[in-house]
Write a protein that binds this ligand. Structure first.
Ligand SMILES: [Zn+2]
Length: 157
């Protein structure tokens, strides 16, 4: 089976919250796609409950696109400790960490239920499983912990 970079990361050595560049893929025509690890909570110590994670997912889909060029997708890890962010082009982890921090601050401080996109049976695959309360509290805790632009050394932005 193909070796996957994410599974070679020693999850006991990282210090969340952080942003990490996983890979840069270079296309035949010179296009570059970057894949980032947005680790919001410490692996095997914490995990964001699905309802809060689901609402954070719906919000980051819009908030990160407002802050960062070339966003293709931002999807949660199955372990519920963070998200993959896929973008066109290259961004420094500092730039991504700043966009993530600003997005989580907006969730914690400003977002109301009416601002959450995709919360009905037409626009979401499990619309009953959302919690803005949880999304706000976890976002607040992550911002308070500080987001590092390095996965192994705490270098908060
Ligand atoms: Zn959904």
């Amino acid at each position: 089976m193909a070796k996957v970079e994410s599974f070679t990361l020693d999850h006991t050595k990282v210090k969340a919250p952080y942003v990490r560049l996983i890979t840069e893929e270079h296309g035949e025509k010179g296009d570059i796609i970057s894949n980032y690890d947005l680790r919001l909570v410490q692996p095997n110590t914490n995990a964001i409950p699905t309802a809060g994670l689901h609402t954070i997912e719906h919000l980051l889909a819009g908030l990160l696109r407002d802050r960062l060029d070339g966003v293709i997708d931002c999807s949660p890890f199955g372990c519920r400790t963070g998200f993959h962010l896929i973008t066109w082009g290259q961004h420094s982890t500092t730039e991504v960490a700043k966009a993530l921090k600003s997005s989580l601050e907006e969730i914690a401080d400003k977002i109301e239920w009416k601002d959450v996109q995709g919360t009905d049976k037409y626009s979401c695959g499990n619309y009953r499983d959302h919690s803005l309360f949880s999304a706000k509290q976890w976002s607040c805790d992550i911002v308070d912990a500080g987001i590092s632009d390095d996965p192994f050394e705490r270098h908060t932005i």
